[in-house]
Ligand binder design. Structure first.
Ligand SMILES: [Zn+2]
Length: 412
């Protein structure tokens, strides 16, 4: 147990939590100024004004956090970190006018990433991912969801899920990792139909992984030319039977009723949602399924944004995530994405911060994260800033201070 005292702003999101992350107003940040926080490795023991710190905690190791702001741990709830290769050439070619076909011709696109992922060894993929996760963590991100899905063969997809599990073990205690199985990411061209790929790879591998307790959720890319509503139903029914949570890449290019199915199956989240129908926005607002928006992808590709205000005003739980991946969003800095999303989506400060803490934690089923409250998780993010306003105002600047840097000053 230890004490942080004189914290300039402790942003608890207590009121946002009481409102289940919906229809947030700026006051829902529930800020305590000049605060103290008593916590151990897993949970919050006490919080309040520094001058009200109960004497029973006075003898604990104490750290002066004046000039610092503390928020619930930042969560990136949608990433594709484990991949081989580098698509900078393709990104530049697109800016230089190459269209989708020209990029496919030069060997770009997801096929490029699949080729390079398959050619990379387990160790190389693990090492490259460790480096990326360290960078996320230095930016104040303490919880990361990672999806498999760039191999699309039985054996290599099994290996990708194992790598993500190895990463989870490697970072335990520093970064919380959530392992999502996304073999249903694209249909390799050697399969005639998505159903055939489901039968031969996606479902059998799920049967293998589920009893090993390696994966935390399944995901599927539902879209014309990818996976159908029927594939989604089959995957979700089987996942439910196996006790595995579900997520979906939904309604990104077309309205496919992906969000509607997510609600029907009580999925943790429906992600992208650029083309989600008004009817399904309403349906989401009456459910616990989090609407996860990925503004970085729109910016990276120069495409229109999701109608964020519609989801927020309807009373949906809205999360913001990076969608970090080699092709459509190579931005690993969720705070930068949130800074940009503020004015683009017209978010107030509680909607913005709730989107990368409370609601993002709920998108992974972490219901004791995302709010600083007695008995809740001690997973917090720390910034060298006098107020929360300074953090996203400093677009692209890194003000985060990892917890271990502060604890390193503690005498053994
Ligand atoms: Zn994605």
């Amino acid at each position: 147990m230890r004490v942080f005292e004189n914290i300039s702003q402790l942003v608890t999101l207590e009121s946002a939590h009481q409102k289940d992350g919906r229809k947030l107003v700026p006051e829902d940040l529930s800020i305590i100024e000049n605060a103290a926080l008593v916590f151990d490795d897993t949970q919050i023991i006490w919080l309040g004004k520094t001058e009200a710190l109960p004497t029973q905690y006075a003898a604990l190791p104490r750290h002066d956090l004046s000039g610092h702001t503390i928020t619930p741990g930042i969560v990136d709830s949608h990433t594709h970190i484990v991949f081989g290769g580098n698509r900078a050439r393709e990104y530049a070619a697109r800016l230089n006018g190459a269209d989708y076909e020209a990029i496919a011709k030069m060997g770009g696109g997801i096929l490029f990433t699949m080729k390079h992922t398959k050619e990379s060894s387990r160790k190389d993929l693990f090492d490259a991912s460790v480096e990326k996760i360290e960078r996320f963590h230095q930016l104040g991100i303490n919880t990361i969801e990672i999806k498999s899905g760039y191999a699309l063969t039985y054996d290599k997809e099994l290996e990708l899920s194992q790598i993500i599990y190895d990463l989870k073990e490697h970072f335990r205690g520093r970064v919380k990792i959530f392992n999502t199985y996304l073999a249903a990411h694209a249909v390799p061209k050697e399969y005639k139909t998505s159903a055939a790929f489901m039968n031969e790879v996606v479902l059998p591998l799920l049967e293998n992984l589920a009893p090993q307790k390696i994966i935390d959720a399944v995901d599927i890319f539902q879209e014309e030319g990818y996976f159908s509503a029927d594939d989604v139903q089959r995957l979700f029914i089987r996942s439910k039977e196996l006790g595995i949570a579900t997520k979906i890449h939904a309604d990104e290019f077309n309205d496919n009723n992906g969000a509607g199915m997510a609600v029907d199956f009580s999925s943790l989240s429906a992600d992208h949602l650029m083309k989600c129908s008004d009817e399904n926005i309403h349906k989401l607002s009456n459910s616990s399924t989090v609407a996860t928006l990925l503004p970085g992808t729109s910016l990276f590709l120069g495409k229109p944004l999701a109608p964020a205000r519609k989801f927020l005003d309807a009373g949906c739980k809205v999360a913001l995530a990076s969608d970090y991946n080699p092709g459509s969003c190579h931005i690993d800095n969720l705070l930068l994405i949130a800074s940009m999303a503020g004015p683009l989506y017209k978010l107030n400060q509680a909607e913005l911060w709730g989107g990368i803490t409370l609601n993002a934690a709920h998108a992974l089923g972490f219901y004791k994260d995302g709010c600083i409250k007695e008995g809740f998780s001690s997973n917090v993010s720390i910034f060298k800033a006098n107020t929360i306003d300074e953090i996203t105002y400093a677009w692209g600047q890194n003000l985060a201070v990892p917890m271990e840097n502060i604890l390193a000053e503690e005498k053994p």
